[in-house]
Design a protein around this ligand. Structure first.
Ligand code: ADP
Ligand code: ADP
Length: 219
């Protein structure tokens, strides 16, 4: 469960995010849609305790992210796959994430396979990865602590159509087993087939939210 209540973030005199409220329920995928610069990353960073809000609150399972004990065991986060440690191999990066979250290290090999980074790819330096491979590794990092909530910022960026289909299947399965997914994208086609609900943000404000049918009927 994710609950966002009247979140705002001001940088200088400008509102990056203004009065944003929404909730994501267990068992659902929420598509967080908006053009570049709309305020998606800022909102997700506030939910994850990385950017302090100017106003408002965000909680995960009823608690602000920063007060969750061992958050990696509850919330899987993928915010910027391009920022991964370039000098380490994918396997090293995921092993370090597993150690940091107290997750089961024996999951590392299997999880790398699951995200499409078999032994050969996992043994390469992340600096040599394509953006799509980094997204796959980032998703493995988000999943390694066996969280019940996933918060993913533009995870489809850099994935090819087959990769997008694969990620959609994985996220659908995660939600169908009771997980909560918040998934941002600037492209409707990346999220429309997987999301149960949509939150549309533009210019830092919520433009619309609801199911596909609700949005299409304008209610
Ligand atoms: P999105 O993720 O939807 O592309 P962002 O949340 O990254 O949008 O950005 C929303 C707005 O806030 C943009 O106008 C961006 O330039 C601004 N912004 C984001 N981060 C900062 C920052 N650290 N300092 C100043 N302005 C920022
Ligand atoms: P529970 O033990 O009650 O199933 P968890 O917190 O372990 O709760 O997980 C919540 C949901 O997320 C479960 O439905 C679980 O199957 C799913 N989940 C957890 N980790 C993964 C993963 N690595 N890949 C896919 N789904 C996962």
């Amino acid at each position: 469960m994710i609950e966002v209540s009247r979140l705002s973030k001001r940088y200088g005199g400008a509102d990056a995010v203004r009065d944003v409220s929404f909730a994501c329920a267990p068992g659902t995928v929420t598509g967080f849609l908006g053009p570049n610069g709309a305020g998606k990353s800022t909102t997700l960073r506030m939910i994850c305790g990385l950017t302090p809000p100017t106003e408002g609150t965000a909680t995960v399972h009823g608690v602000p992210y920063r007060r969750i004990p061992n958050p990696g065991r509850h919330v899987g986060v993928l915010l910027d796959a391009a920022a991964q440690h370039a000098g380490r191999t994918g396997r090293e990066v995921l092993t370090l994430t597993a150690l940091a979250t107290g997750a089961d290290r024996s999951r590392v090999g299997e999880l790398l396979e699951t995200v499409g980074l078999p032994a050969k790819a996992a043994g390469k330096r992340v600096g040599a990865y394509s953006l799509g491979m980094r997204q796959r590794l980032g998703l493995a990092q988000a999943l390694v602590g066996e969280p019940s909530v996933l918060i993913l910022d533009e995870p489809a960026n850099g994935l090819d159509p087959e990769g997008i289909f694969w990620m959609r299947t994985l996220l659908r399965g995660f939600a169908d087993r009771g997980g909560t997914v918040l998934l941002s994208s600037h492209l409707l086609r990346e999220v429309e087939a997987v999301a149960d609900r949509f939150v549309v943000i533009a210019g830092g404000r919520i433009a619309a939210q609801g199911t596909r049918d609700e949005l299409l009927s304008g209610t």
